[in-house]
Design a protein around this ligand. Structure first.
Ligand code: GDP
Length: 140
């Protein structure tokens, strides 16, 4: 196993309910280290660019509305197999299908307002980290 980095976003439904610390505790308990973190408000163009891969999906407009509806916390998580490990901690996209103890099972409101984003591959992690962070922002 190799030490990796992955991009995580704590979404507006979670920042609104003041769950940043509770969610960060889940990452740290699972052995992931938060090596960069910033609270920001996405502009519409930022959300559309970040989710460009979903542009043709029927929920694209609603997803961009949601992601710009409040602050998000963008962060880089580091650890052994961080991409896959974070996906395990997050749980399934739909909280109704998420495993017990996962962030989405514990906290998500719906399939859209599902509290966290996490990169789904090493390639996407590199691209998504570079979307939000410069090298000097990340302190391992
Ligand atoms: P993820 O990798 O588990 O986040 O899932 P996807 O990459 O498939 O989808 C990206 C995001 O779009 C999800 O995290 C949800 O916020 C949202 N989303 C996914 N599927 C649906 C859907 O069927 N309806 C709506 N409204 N939003 C969805």
């Amino acid at each position: 196993m190799a030490v990796e980095r992955t991009l995580s976003i704590i979404k507006p439904d979670a920042t609104r309910r003041n769950l940043t610390g509770a969610i960060n505790a889940k990452f740290e308990e699972a052995g992931l280290r938060i090596v960069a973190q910033r609270r920001i408000r996405l502009a519409r163009a930022d959300a559309e660019s970040f989710y460009d891969v979903h542009r043709a999906r029927p929920f694209f407009g609603s997803l961009c509305d949601f992601m710009t509806s409040g602050p998000v916390v963008v962060q880089v998580l580091e650890g052994e197999s961080a991409v896959a490990r974070n996906r395990d901690i997050m749980g399934a996209t739909d909280p109704a299908k998420a495993a017990p103890g996962t962030i989405r099972k514990l906290f998500a409101e719906s399939i859209e307002a599902n509290s966290v984003h996490g990169s789904d591959s090493a390639e996407n992690a590199a691209r998504e980290i570079a979307f939000f962070f410069a090298g000097l922002d990340i302190v391992g």
